[in-house]
Structure formats: C-alpha cells, structure tokens
Design a protein around this ligand. Structure first.
Ligand code: GRF
Length: 196
C-alpha cells in the first residue's frame, strides 16, 4: 500500500475526489496527510471530516524567504512518510529544492491541455484564442513549471458564449474523474498516458 500526501491551497475539490476514490479497499494507495499553505481553508476541514490527518504551513509567515517555507514544508511532509506527493489545487510554485527532493513521485493537475497555457487564467486564454476544446492535464512535477511528463488528459468542448467560469466548471467535473484514475495507475507503477 502506497502512502499519498495531498497538497492544497483552497476548497480542495480534487483532494475530496482523490480521497473518496482511495477509500475503496482495492485502491493501491491511502491518504496519509492533507497539507495546505493557507491555514483555515475549507479543504482542511473537508479532509479532517474524512478522517485524514491535516496540517498547515503558512507561507505568509516566511514572507519572501521561499527556502524557509519549503524547508518547513518538506519537514512536515516527510514526517508523514509519503511515497507519492499529490498537488491538488496547490497554488505555490515550488523551487528545484522541492521538485528534486520528490523527483519521480510528485504529481500535479493543471486546468489546460498542456503544453497549451501553462500558468494562470487558462480558461480565459482558451476562449480568447477561439479554441474548440479545452481540458485538464495530470503531469509529473519537474523544475519546469507545468512542463513535466504528461500522465493523463481529459477534454471538454468550448461552447459558444462560454465564460471562463462556465468552462472552469465543465473542466473541473473531468478533473475529478481524471486525477483519481491517474493516481490509481501511478500508485501501481503504471506511468502510461491515460486519455479520457
Ligand atoms: C482546479 O481547476 C485545479 O486544476 C487548479 O485549481 C482548481 C481548483 O482546484 N489547480 P481544487 O478545487 O482546489 O481542487
């Protein structure tokens, strides 16, 4: 059984989808910690309500001292003895100090069809570009932001008159299918790409 630590920054809807899937006795992983860089967010309450240990490392306390924040992050993460690190709506960019430490066992979900639209405002950019489809990508995390090996993608249509919020809601439904499916495979050592 693999141990998965999940990092969040807000409501944690992906975290809930992952944790619910890991509640299946046949799942190859279990959630060992949900950690947030923002204390008091709803995602921590939702994780605690599911009986998952939680912790917050407040990045604001460290101000511009990223190294100090990341050292505390790694200390608390490693204390939970994770095999896999799952970024789920975690909104801090991690430096190579962290991505190297967890090389080959850290995943992220990004709300676009990478390599299109790394970074922020992905739905607005897809609409502005007149794209016919959008989606989400699960990838391994490397030092290059949103550029690690792709493990899975899910696609949705962009509909006439869509606002970024409309598209985000449609993509999020697919994220909650894609991420649990990819984590199940990854936890068994299967890194082959999944397209939904
Ligand atoms: C999701 O679209 C995710 O891809 C992005 O943040 C959004 C919110 O995720 N990183 P969650 O509800 O906090 O899981």
């Amino acid at each position: 059984m693999k141990r998965a630590a999940i990092l969040i920054s807000g409501g944690g809807s992906n975290m809930v989808a992952l944790a619910r899937d890991m509640a299946d006795p046949d799942h190859p992983a279990l959630p060992c910690l949900v950690l947030s860089n923002r204390p008091g967010v709803a995602g921590l309450e939702r994780a605690a309500a599911m009986g998952i240990p939680t912790f917050a490392v407040d990045h604001r306390i460290h101000g511009r001292d990223r190294a100090a924040f990341e050292a505390e992050l790694i200390r608390h993460l490693d204390a939970s003895r994770p095999d896999i690190i799952v970024l789920a709506g975690f909104m801090r960019i991690l430096t190579p100090d962290v991505t190297r430490h967890y090389a080959g066992r850290m995943l992220n979900i990004h709300p676009s069809l990478l390599p299109k639209y790394p970074g922020l405002h992905t739905h607005a950019r897809a609409i502005e570009a007149g794209d016919a489809e959008a989606g989400a990508t699960v990838h391994e995390v490397t030092a290059d932001l949103d550029a690690g090996p792709i493990l899975g993608q899910a696609r949705v249509p962009v509909l006439p008159g869509d606002t970024p919020d409309d598209l985000a809601a449609r993509v999020l439904v697919q994220e909650h299918r894609l991420y649990p499916a990819v984590l199940r495979r990854f936890a068994t050592g299967d890194r082959t790409r999944l397209d939904l």
